[in-house]
Design a protein around this ligand. Structure first.
Ligand SMILES: [Cu+2]
Length: 153
């Protein structure tokens, strides 16, 4: 009887350990070669999970456009997108700033990725569950080049 209880206790503590240490999520998102789109438009992470996104801009892209990926606070896709359009008046927007608008609504941002290049964006998922939009803020892309990172248990 004692052994059974001990075994149960071990199993219980192991399973709670496993829920706390969720595996890192690695995901590859590739920009479309013809349209301003990501090939992944939705993925789900756990609160506090470590996330690694590799953004690939294919070398044989027809558009030859740079792309990036920004994770934004829930409900702020349009605000951040509009801020990126406005960024065009800033001569440093596409260079030093990597097309990332100055906004508290931007949580995480990759570099601007040229064709035939990639960038890795690593971050810890927010602890607050919700739908976090991600967008490309190369001006004009965000309205269609976007997706949702769901943070959910
Ligand atoms: Cu883009």
């Amino acid at each position: 009887m004692k052994k059974t209880l001990l075994a149960l206790a071990v199993v219980a503590s192991l399973s709670s350990f496993l829920t706390v240490v969720a595996e890192d999520l690695e995901i590859t998102i590739t920009a479309d070669k013809v349209q301003f789109l990501y090939d992944v438009t939705e993925f789900t992470v756990k609160p506090g999970q470590k996330v690694k996104i590799t953004l690939i801009n294919p070398g044989d892209s027809v558009t030859r456009q740079p792309h990036n990926i920004l994770i934004c606070k829930p409900g702020t896709k349009n605000a951040v997108g509009m801020a990126s359009n406005a960024g065009l008046s800033d001569p440093e927007f596409l260079t030093t700033k990597q097309a990332v608008p100055d906004s508290d609504d931007v949580l995480f941002a990759s570099k601007l990725v040229q064709p035939d290049a990639e960038d890795v964006l690593e971050f810890t998922a927010p602890s607050e569950p919700g739908d976090y939009p991600y967008i490309c803020t190369y001006p004009g892309h965000w309205a269609i080049m976007n997706g949702i990172m769901k943070v959910a248990e």
